[in-house]
Design a protein around this ligand. Structure first.
Ligand code: GTR
Length: 399
């Protein structure tokens, strides 16, 4: 770079840094005057806030990550092609399960999401490798079988619509209990002498989200996958995870949050259903330690969860709730999607089309911010998926 340009670049960079921090946003619509103001000033501050105060930062020293295909074959009577990939993160191994329509021509768009109880539970497919970390014996409760979670993963419907399904088991990345961060991937990131994440470093949700970006690294290299059309999806705690992964990694072209609730799509300041205090008490490992500052003190949040959704703009985002899921605060989820919508407008993209929350069984999904309120309990089922496929068809293929 010529010296004059170098000087100009330094001056510009410094002036951006010395901008005063934007005013506190709380739980309000994000009305800004320009896309530039959002991108240069507010978005970086919002990202910093969520990294520093909510989900935690990824530590600077990172282990080696590698992938190897360990098996492939057919499932669902030959209609679906299965591939399994072992992902190694330092000393941790995780299994990536990939299902694609068997008759696909060219690269396949996919839905990528984490699962709760092991890859083998998403489909009644006897060939899926069972993770050594998957629940065993008593821990299985009434859910012991292969395919036990198949109502949450309608693989035949998704593949018939021309999409693939990519999933990993949460417990392969970080077991979902407070183990002082001795298991899972965290120890791979400790600096010399460090035994647990610092107060501003990631918890379990941050680790899950980061690992989904590593799966994306693999998908970028797989010639069967249309890596420009990857929709990231998650239910509940894994919906919090898909939002955070989608906020940080712009390679995820669509982001879907199903019943993600507190610490996901729902506004915390409403204190309706699960509160920050309750979530930090019951799941002390999910967020970074700094998040405890907001337990019973939601008013201190500089910005509420509408900021998380806005970080995804201008990529399409879909927030879904269920009518009986009061714990996740459907109205708070709707309002966060609504309050993020003005940021989409800055990019010339419509957000939610109405200020009114859809009725039970209805969706507002014509714009770049989608929302629906399914009838029923906290869950994800084929009704939800039908809407997600329609949303992906629209944004990926203009259908
Ligand atoms: C609940 C938790 C929610 C939600 C849910 C789930 O116990 O309070 O935040 O994440 O679990 O993941 O199913």
């Amino acid at each position: 770079m010529k010296p004059l340009f170098a000087l100009l670049a330094i001056v510009l960079a410094t002036s951006a840094l010395t901008q005063p921090l934007p005013t506190k946003y709380g739980a309000s619509p994000l009305e800004l005057s320009s896309k530039r103001e959002w991108e240069k000033q507010v978005r970086p501050a919002v990202m910093e806030f969520f990294q520093q105060e909510v989900y935690g930062k990824v530590p600077p020293s990172q282990p080696k990550v590698s992938f190897s295909v360990i098996g492939q074959g057919k499932a669902f009577g030959g209609k679906v092609y299965r591939k399994e990939v072992e992902m190694t993160i330092g000393t941790t191994k995780a299994l990536v399960l990939i299902y694609l329509p068997a008759n696909h021509k060219g690269k396949v768009p996919v839905f990528l999401g984490m699962n709760f109880k092991g890859n083998h539970q998403i489909a009644p497919d006897p060939e899926i490798t069972i993770s050594p970390n998957a629940p065993k014996g008593k821990e299985l409760g009434d859910d012991p079988e292969r395919g036990a979670a198949s109502s949450r993963w309608p693989v035949e419907m998704i593949t018939a619509a021309g999409y693939g399904v990519v999933t990993i088991y949460r417990g392969d990345i970080d077991p979902d209990f407070d183990d002082g961060f001795q298991n899972g991937i965290h120890p791979n990131f400790y600096a010399e002498g460090q035994t647990k994440p610092h107060a501003d470093e990631w918890g379990t949700i941050g680790a899950w989200a980061w690992s989904l970006s590593r799966v994306m690294d693999y998908l970028e290299k797989d010639k069967d996958i249309d890596h420009k059309r990857v929709a990231i999806i998650g239910h509940s705690r894994l919906g919090k995870t898909s939002l955070w992964a989608g906020a940080q990694d712009r390679r995820f072209a669509i982001v879907i949050s199903n019943d993600s609730g507190c610490g996901g799509a729902a506004l915390s300041m409403r204190k309706h259903g699960e509160t920050v205090a309750a979530i930090n008490r019951n799941f002390p490992h999910w967020f970074c330690d700094n998040y405890n500052r907001y337990s019973g003190n939601e008013e201190a949040l500089w910005i509420d969860q509408q900021g998380l959704i806005a970080l995804i703009a201008p990529r399409p985002v879909y927030v879904a709730s269920a009518s009986l899921d009061d714990w996740a605060d459907p109205e708070g989820e709707f309002l966060a999607a609504l309050y993020a919508s003005p940021i989409y407008k800055l990019y010339g993209k419509p957000g939610l089309s109405s200020l009114q929350m859809p009725k039970v069984g209805e969706a507002d999904a014509e714009g770049y911010v989608g929302y629906h309120l399914r009838e029923g309990k906290h869950d994800i089922n084929s009704w939800d998926w039908r809407h997600y496929i329609r949303f992906a068809d629209k944004h990926f293929f203009g259908k």
